[in-house]
Design a protein around this ligand. Structure first.
Ligand code: SDX
Length: 442
């Protein structure tokens, strides 16, 4: 009968080892027994960027990259995007089940009463330069929130974890809107708790002198669907950052600030902004072939294409493409979509992209919608961070509860110098002209 084990023969010693296989994985810690001598520390796994390393066990999100499948707590993303709303999806991601009417209303109320921020936050945002990138402001303001809620340090207390989750999901739109209003030199708009989660966000962004902001229902729903699609995505770069920082048992505000910082990068949450910059640079459909040639020659990347896990069309991109046309009914068509469609058409039939399984990802079309809705490009990654907060908080709570989790402390393979004796400065030779030595001698 087949055994659920891996038999390893170390050809350096001829010894054999039986390593258990669990959940289609081995514990790399089991490799440490493989040694060549008593003072050998034992084998490690080497996996830069953790491309084939499971850092945790999670029940929150399931992705099948080859089949283009994405489910939150077992529910297909297509069904949630069509039938749910962001706050209900956030409840599902955080609590593990869809709420009944009573629990949904309690959840909605408990988040709505946390949309305000301490008045000091306004002064904090005021001190940023007018042209400060809102993601930089968000990293700062979320980190600053940890100083307003010292109770958040009690991470083992379930009620405290629940309270910080409500606070962050409630306050992210407010912090994001304050950053936007600051960049426009406009007064801050306080939350309007009579509006929906997305309606209130649009009000805090775009309300002018009217007594109450009236969100366009098509745009409000489009934003809600986009928030559903961005709510979680298992162990992506920013979630890994949240988990790694949280593993030191720091408060969740500091851990989420780390997640926002990771999401800020152009290869992650900054990709939707980078897509628009790329489309603007291409400028017209007839210049697409010239840029495809450049990408294939390694001169820059087709931003919004490719994914570490999806080796098929990102299911979120399919849904976002449909939402785009609903938004255009209200805003008018964003001409950049024609360039994006032509890039997709050509790339999906070009062997360079097909052989590398590079398909449109969640960021390829989202920026086109945000631009049509009137958001400046710098706000695009912010629109990613807001909904991802529910995913980050769910992943954080799962980490805190996981008895197997300890402080993250990866190993390394040392490739530096052997022991060297200190030489007094008068006897020192010119620094070695080795490439890395020169690079370090700035
Ligand atoms: C998100 O992880 C998540 O879940 C993230 C996310 C989420 O919801 O949290 O889904 C959100 O971050 C989506 C990804 C957004 N980023 C981009 O769109 C930036 C452009 N895409 C890439 O840079 C890239 O595809 C990554 C970063 C997304 C994935 O990179 P990998 O898996 O590390 O792939 P790689 O860099 O090893 O590339 C493999 C090959 C290379 O060519 P060769 O060296 O084999 O010749 O594919 C090429 C790369 O040059 N390649 C691309 C490309 N992406 C990869 N070539 C042109 N254009 C691209 N976009």
């Amino acid at each position: 009968m087949a055994k659920n084990t891996l038999t390893i023969t170390d050809n350096r010693t001829g010894k054999q080892y039986e390593i258990p296989i669990e959940d289609n994985a081995i514990r790399t810690g089991d490799l440490r027994q493989i040694k060549t001598s008593a003072d050998d520390g034992g084998l490690m796994g080497y996996d830069p960027a953790l491309a084939n390393t499971a850092s945790c066990k999670s029940k929150i999100t399931y992705i099948d990259g080859d089949k283009g499948i994405l489910r939150y707590r077992g529910y297909p993303i297509e069904e949630l995007a069509e039938k749910s709303n962001y706050l209900e999806t956030a409840y599902l991601i955080v609590k593990g089940e869809l709420p009944d009417a009573k629990h949904f209303e309690a959840w909605r109320h408990n988040i709505t009463i946390h949309t305000m921020v301490h008045e000091n936050i306004k002064k904090f945002v005021d001190e940023f330069r007018y042209d400060a990138h809102p993601m930089g402001i968000l990293v700062g303001t979320i980190g600053a929130l940890s100083t307003f809620y010292p109770d958040a340090k009690d991470i083992m207390n379930l009620e405290s974890r629940r309270l910080q989750t409500r606070r962050l999901i409630g306050k992210l739109p407010t912090l994001a809107a304050f950053a936007y209003r600051h960049s426009r030199g406009l007064p801050y708009v306080y939350p309007d708790n009579d509006l929906s989660y997305c309606g209130n966000f649009l009000s805090m962004l775009f309300k002018m002198t009217e007594l109450q902001y009236k969100p366009d229902p098509v745009l409000e729903r489009a934003l809600d669907v986009l928030f559903i699609l961005h709510a979680d995505h298992e162990q992506n770069c920013s979630t890994n950052a949240v988990r790694s920082v949280a593993s030191s048992q720091v408060d969740p505000y500091s851990a989420i600030a780390a997640g926002v910082a990771a999401l800020y990068g152009p290869l992650h949450g900054g990709a939707n902004e980078a897509v628009i910059r790329m489309l603007l640079e291409i400028g017209s459909v007839d210049r697409v072939p010239e840029y495809i040639k450049k990408f294939k020659a390694g001169e820059g990347r087709l931003m919004g294409f490719g994914h570490r896990v999806y080796k098929n069309y990102d299911p979120r991109a399919k849904i976002i493409k449909k939402v785009a046309y609903q938004v255009f009914e209200v805003t008018g068509k964003n001409p950049l979509i024609d360039i994006a469609l032509e890039l997709e058409r050509i790339a999906l039939q070009d062997d360079y992209f097909v052989s590398r399984k590079l398909y449109p990802n969640v960021d390829f079309y989202s920026g086109i919608i945000y631009q049509a809705m009137g958001f400046p490009m710098t706000m695009f990654p912010v629109l990613f961070a807001i909904p991802r907060t529910s995913g980050w908080m769910a992943q954080w709570a799962e980490l805190v509860r996981d008895p197997e989790q300890r402080i993250a402390r990866p190993r390394q393979i040392y490739t530096g110098e052997a022991t060297r004796a200190y030489v007094p400065i008068p006897q020192r030779p010119e620094p070695s002209m080795r490439e890395e030595a020169v690079a370090e001698t700035i």
